[in-house]
Design a protein around this ligand. Sequence first.
Ligand SMILES: [Fe+2]
Ligand SMILES: [Fe+2]
Length: 282
Amino acid sequence: MLSDRVKRIVSRIFPLVPLVGLAALAGGCTGRPLRHRGRTLRAAPEPGEGWIAAGGPDASGLSDADRETLAELWLAQASEEHASIAAFSKLSIALQAMGAPPELLRRTHRAALEEIAHATLCYSAAQAYAGRPLSPGAMPELLRAEEGPSLQRMAIESLEDGCLGEGISALEADYRLSRATDPVVRRTLAAIARDEAGHAALAWDVLEWCLRAGGDPERRAVLRAADRLPGRFERAGSRSEAVAAHGQAADPQAQAKVRAFRDAVRDRARSLAGATMALSAA
Ligand SMILES: [Fe+2]
Ligand SMILES: [Fe+2]
């Protein structure tokens, strides 16, 4: 059974799940969202030690309010990291279905393994602050059939969820690392920042492969998607120094940084789509 405090933490996070979409992604979701049958899925947490690693952060000396805030934020991130595992599993199947080369498949599988590591680190952090172990529940919805992948959908999701979303996740983790002092939290954020930057780089390579393998309809769809990329960052509100020291600082410059990053992603996607269009016309 969940304690009342942990129930409160969970209920603050999970009523929001159906609202998590691209706009929210640009507003601070962590990593690649799991899209399935038109929804974004995350597993609800339940008591259990299955996803807890030894040696979590040191939560001693924190106020109850800071511990509760940290438990909520790390648990939300844990569920997003956990969802990213299946997002990469789905991407690997889509790539294989479309005849992608082995290097893209290798990197996609490696990314799924990195997301397992991120999820474990984040559930372990959530446990340290919540005072009890929480792990992800089952996701039977994933077994429900959905429409098969298409090059166009893979290209647009790579652009939105990878090039933009995981790129923003890397920036955000970097900022949080710059404010964090707990050594376990610092190691967690350093791994996440490094890996999310790698996942964004993979997304650019998947996008380029889709554009080369596809035709003008795919290129035009990517150009349209590039023009409507969101650059909004939901303000996180102020957070205490202790919360920042434990890895959950909110960057006061986030809005401007996200907008500048979005513009750079849009421009790069435009030139990539334009270059592959010119190549196919030559
Ligand atoms: Fe990722
Ligand atoms: Fe991740």
